[in-house]
Every structure is written in structure tokens, then in C-alpha cells.
Design a protein around this ligand. Structure first.
Ligand code: IPM
Ligand code: MG
Length: 371
């Protein structure tokens, strides 16, 4: 029996409530899975870490994250910390985790559950059966490029600079992740950049083209300008399968794709590092795409599905437990099909439940089909 170590970082806002439901799912697998057990530890990140340590994440929590087989992350941020210094704002904790763990590949599936097709702001026929995978570069680009500063000019005005930087290596390794994923899906990749305005876009386009030729000629590749991609995502989202793009475009396009599915509260993500040369293991962090939703925090209203499905991605990508991951995905779909809804996805004629009831229903559904 293998034991996998998980570091739980609930963070702020609804993070604590949604991670509590993941703990329920973990307890279920610990009771029933025959091949593996999970051991968990918990620490602070974001505003919660700032309140205690004056930092967005402590070195001790970082060390735990480095050692864990996977990190399960809730959410960070909220109006309470609007005034804190930029370096220690809640989001800095997440960015440090991504950077220091080398989590360059961010996988953001946008899947439309059949039961929720009417909750989308797009027409049912446009989104029913939608299944897109956005592959976002996560440790480079304008998020981390230097200089990144605000300077005061001689005439008293200020000038702000952010720097977009990409190297061949960074583009090639994320392109490979996208091609590998496409091979297991419909075999099609769209690469989105702004080569018409940005030098990094020109290089991105060149390197993706070369990587495609050398590494994945069997996959179909199309280049698309990022603004056109944004437009096409709401015009005809089903034309896409895998979309590979940089850190900033990926941030924006993944929120857009997520919303076409009906609710941000439904979607998980995985952030993966390179496989270790000796063990083959990747550092990994799993988190919902949604944020900390301070307006509903602590009220038991949050939708725990994105965070639970993020744990499902951990089963799939970190622990080679695809069967269990499939079972968890099916349990989520079944609970939705049975009419249970949290407030964010409530529809007429359905039964509204809170965070804990949704988590409990998913576990109950899992137990019903336990092998
Ligand atoms: C995301 C978030 C983060 C990002 C924030 C919280 C720093 O929007 O994961 O998409 O911009 O990457
Ligand atoms: Mg975002």
C-alpha cells in the first residue's frame, strides 16, 4: 500500500468550506481504496497567512509544499487585505507556490455537465457536451518578468512597467504538454498569442510550430490570435479541444471558457511541474478556478464541486488513480443529474443545498458505487 502525502491550503474566504468537503472525499477513499492511502497536513496561505505571519505564505508552509506529493489549494484574497503591501498581498502566496515549485503547466478543463447546459449564458446547443482543455503557461510571461515596477519620473508623473518574457525552452515545454494531452483527446491544438503586436507572440508562434513539426506531427495544430480566440470561445466554443497559451492570455481565456460552462464554481485545475529526473514524480498543485468569494464566505453556500474535482485531477495526474478519478467525476455528474444544486447553479425545479450537503451527497453517491 502506497501512502500519498497531501498538503491542504484552504486559504481565505470560501476556501475553508470547500476544502472541508475535499477532506470528506479523502476520508472516503482512505476507507475504501485498496492500493493507496492519503495522509494530510494543513497550513495557511493568503490573507490568513498574512494575519498570522505578515507574509502571504510562510517558509515553513513552503517547505511542506515542496515535500508533499500534491498540494490541494482553496482560494486566496478578499477586501480585508486590499490595503496590505503589494509584496505580501494574498495572491503573492499562490504566485510563490507556482514559481518555487516550478509549476509551469496549468491544465484548466472547461467541461459542460449536461445537467447544467441551461445555466450557461450561451445557448444550450452551443455548450452542451463542451469539453475544452486550456493549457496555460504558469511560471513565465508578464506575471514574473523583470523589471516590474512603478517609478516616479522627474516631472512627478509615475511610470509603471511590467515585462513579458518568454524563452524557447519555456514555450517548447508547455507546447509538449499540450500535444501530449491532445493525443489522448481529439488530437487538435490551438495555440493562442498576439504575434501581430508582441515579440513574445512571434517567438511563441515559431517555437510551437517547430515543436509541432519535430515532436507531434500527428496532432493537428492551428495558430489563433488571442483576441480572436476570446471571440471564438463565445461564438462557437465546441470548435476547440486543447488551447495552449501564455500566462496572461491563459488567465483571461480560462475564465471566459469556464463561464461558458454555466458556473465558475464547477471547474477544477491542475498545476504541474516537470517530472523529477530520478523518481519521475511531478510537483503538483490542484485548485478550483474560482476565487475566494468573500461575499458568501462562512455561510455554507459555496459550491464545493470545483475543489472536489480538483482533488479528482490529483487522483488522475499525481497518483495514477484514473479509475477512482472517473468514479468521482461520475458521482459529481450523478448528483447534478439528480437535481441537487448549490446557489450559484440553482435552476427552477431543482433542490438547493448548501456546501456540506453537496459534499455529503457526492460521497454518498461514491459509496453507492464503491467497488
Ligand atoms: C487564477 C487567478 C490568479 C492568476 C490570481 C489569484 C493571482 O486569477 O489562478 O487564474 O491571475 O493567475
Ligand atoms: Mg484568473
Amino acid at each position: 500500500m502506497t501512502t500519498h502525502s497531501l498538503l491542504l491550503l484552504p486559504g481565505d474566504g470560501i476556501g475553508a468550506e470547500t476544502i472541508a468537503e475535499v477532506e470528506r472525499v479523502i476520508a472516503f477513499f482512505n476507507k475504501t481504496a485498496k492500493s493507496a492511502k492519503f495522509e494530510t497536513d494543513t497550513d495557511l496561505v493568503g490573507g490568513a497567512a498574512y494575519d498570522k505571519h505578515g507574509l502571504a505564505i510562510s517558509d515553513k508552509a513552503m517547505a511542506k509544499a515542496m515535500k508533499a506529493d500534491a498540494v490541494i489549494f482553496g482560494a486566496v484574497g478578499g477586501p480585508k487585505w486590499d490595503g496590505v503591501p503589494y509584496e505580501v498581498r494574498p495572491e503573492a502566496g499562490l504566485l510563490r507556490l507556482r514559481k518555487d515549485l516550478g509549476l509551469f503547466a496549468n491544465l484548466r478543463p472547461a467541461i459542460c455537465y449536461p445537467a447544467l447546459a441551461d445555466a450557461s449564458s450561451l445557448k444550450r446547443e452551443l455548450v452542451e457536451g463542451l469539453d475544452i482543455m486550456i493549457v496555460r503557461e504558469l511560471t513565465g510571461g508578464v506575471y514574473f518578468g523583470e523589471p516590474k515596477e512603478i517609478v516616479t519620473l522627474e516631472d512627478g508623473q509615475k511610470r509603471a512597467v511590467d515585462t513579458q518574457i518568454y524563452t524557447t525552452h519555456e514555450i517548447e515545454r508547455i507546447a509538449r504538454v499540450a500535444f501530449d494531452l491532445a493525443r489522448k483527446r481529439s488530437g487538435k491544438v490551438h495555440s493562442a498569442e498576439k504575434r501581430n503586436v508582441m515579440r513574445t507572440g512571434v517567438l511563441w508562434n515559431e517555437v510551437v510550430t517547430a515543436t509541432h513539426k519535430a515532436y507531434a506531427p500527428d496532432v493537428k495544430l492551428e495558430h489563433i490570435l488571442a483576441d480572436n480566440c476570446a471571440m471564438q470561445l463565445v461564438r462557437n466554443p465546441k470548435q476547440f479541444d486543447v488551447i495552449v497559451t501564455d500566462n496572461l492570455f491563459g488567465d483571461v481565456l480560462s475564465d471566459e471558457a469556464a463561464m461558458t460552462t454555466g458556473s465558475l464554481g464547477m471547474l477544477p485545475s491542475a498545476s504541474l511541474g516537470a517530472p523529477d529526473a530520478e523518481t519521475g514524480k511531478r510537483k503538483a498543485l490542484y485548485e478550483p478556478v474560482h476565487g475566494s468569494a468573500p461575499d458568501i464566505a462562512g455561510k455554507g453556500l459555496a459550491n464545493p464541486i470545483a475543489t472536489i474535482a480538483s482533488f479528482g485531477m490529483a487522483l488522475r495526474y499525481s497518483f495514477d488513480m484514473a479509475k477512482e478519478a472517473d468514479r468521482l467525476d461520475r458521482a459529481i455528474a450523478a448528483v447534478l443529474a439528480a437535481g441537487l444544486r448549490t446557489a450559484d447553479i440553482m435552476q427552477p425545479g431543482m433542490r438547493q443545498v448548501g456546501t456540506a450537503d453537496m459534499g455529503a451527497a457526492i460521497v454518498e453517491e461514491l459509496s453507492r458505487h464503491a467497488a
